[in-house]
Write a protein that binds this ligand. Structure first.
Ligand SMILES: [Ca+2]
Ligand SMILES: [Ca+2]
Length: 301
């Protein structure tokens, strides 16, 4: 048995050191990636499925400090699955991988394919310990959608005290068909607010109509302004709205458009963005002007 393991690891070493002879691109998992989560020994990196029996390792790190350590495939990202999994590639020994090395490739043993293997581990055979692992998953590049807040008008003024609806349209283009949009996934809000505890809001209703007049149907959405304010999806400082969602095939997409909150509150990003930084003298004149206005108002009142 020992000679067999030995010759196998030599074969694997050759496989890992030469550029891979790629198999036919047939697996639906091609392009899927696993991010290695660090458990110990500084393991990290991205493993992608290059073809049905080849993996590519990018930015791989491992300090080389374990005994009898190999890449193992498992049916799931769980220790029992790796302990009964498939050992691939040569033994991982020093010098340490520090992530600065070129991407490298590992071919599966002969007659083995990646289908059915859903996770990968840097596995210490001696101790049965996972040094770092991850599940393979499809990587979607978000598609870009053309979004028009308040179609047909600009600037896109929003009064936060409005009890009405805010119309937002997703415009069809040659590359983007709104019929592919999964309406149940749509959410809208100010990305800065959403990042800081706000909650994006779904539309009250939707309709297909050509709001851009180019002959292609667009998807119009109506959002409750009161809901957007209540959930901190829009606020006095909002300058843009982000629409996120997914296509019916699961591909995520995003689209953004400008927003002008009216009336401006005087200290928000809207007014700061619109007016350039004034010279001190201008500022003094403006202050005088404002004082004068205040005076007039008071007098009139
Ligand atoms: Ca608009
Ligand atoms: Ca259109």
């Amino acid at each position: 048995m020992r000679w067999f393991c030995y010759s196998l690891s030599i074969a694997m070493l050759v496989a890992v050191c030469t550029s891979p002879a790629h198999a036919q691109l047939t697996s639906p998992q091609i392009g899927w990636e696993a991010e290695l989560n660090t458990m110990s020994h500084n393991v990290s990196g991205t493993v992608s499925i290059l073809d049905e029996d080849t993996l590519q390792f990018d930015d791989f790190t491992y300090d080389g400090g374990g005994l009898s350590v190999y890449f193992y495939l498992g049916t799931a990202d769980e220790n029992p699955a790796f302990s009964t999994g498939l050992q691939i590639g040569p033994q991982l020994v020093g010098p340490a991988f520090d992530g600065t090395q070129e991407p490298f490739f590992v071919d599966l043993p002969a007659n083995q394919i990646l289908e059915g293997w859903n996770a990968i581990s840097v596995w210490c055979v001696t101790a049965g310990v996972n040094f770092g692992s991850g599940s393979f998953a499809a990587v979607f590049e978000p598609a870009l959608a053309l979004v028009d807040i308040k179609p047909g008008s600009f600037p896109n003024s929003v009064n936060l005290k409005s009890k009405g609806v805010l119309p937002v349209a997703i415009l069809s283009t040659d590359d983007f068909d709104v019929n592919d949009v999964d309406i149940d996934t749509l959410l809208f809000g100010d990305p800065l607010l959403i990042d800081n505890g706000g909650t994006a809001v779904g539309p009250l209703r939707s309709a297909y109509e050509d709001v851009s007049g180019d002959g292609l149907l667009d998807l119009t959405l109506k959002f409750s302004t009161a809901d957007l304010v209540e959930y901190d999806a829009l606020g006095p400082d909002t300058i843009e709205g982000l629409l996120t969602g997914a296509l019916l095939d699961g591909t995520p997409f995003t689209g953004m458009d400008a927003i002008r909150i009216v009336p401006p509150n005087g200290s928000n990003r809207n007014s700061l963005q619109i007016s350039a930084v004034p010279e001190p003298s201008t500022l003094a004149l403006t202050a005088l002007g404002l004082l004068g206005m205040g005076y007039c108002r008071r007098k009139r009142a």
